[in-house]
Design a binder for this molecule. Sequence first.
Ligand code: PNS
Length: 161
Amino acid sequence: MKVTAVYPGSFDPITNGHIYIAERAAAVFDEVIVSVLVNERKVSAFSVEERCEMARETLGHVKNVTVDSFNGLLVDYVRQKRAGVIVRGLRAMSDFEYEFQMALMNRQLAPEIETFFIVTDPKYSYVSSSSVREIFHFGGTVEDVVPRTVYERLKERYNDE
Ligand code: PNS
């Protein structure tokens, strides 16, 4: 049986840590859909289209990964895609409580969908999209933790301000 997994997130912007998780997921599942959340209530640095473009640009080398966006409830989207699995990355214990709660909530809503956690590479354990944005904004170095194309877009976004 073919198993499709959805890897959801804000990806604002996608980091090397996200790419690592998507690659690992692609090695386990037949198909992985990296799905960017459309959240009108949250101010994001990049538009959904930009976030999807960056994800496509940086995951094009993984044949069984596609990029999409979603709004509303994640479990509704997962069902619509006929995927049985939600993938989330874990960086540290501090992620666990939030992720555990979300997984239980999603299980309550859709018992047939399984959440799989993939542990990050320790070298990305401290990397988050929000820290990337903040460090870049204040002139710090982020080239080691985001792909080149994301770095270029950060420059366009923040250096134009
Ligand atoms: O990268 P993020 O911001 O930690 O991803 C969070 C995400 C997108 C997975 C989560 O906010 C989500 O699934 N939102 C969709 C709305 C939903 O289904 N909420 C119930 C889950 S508790």
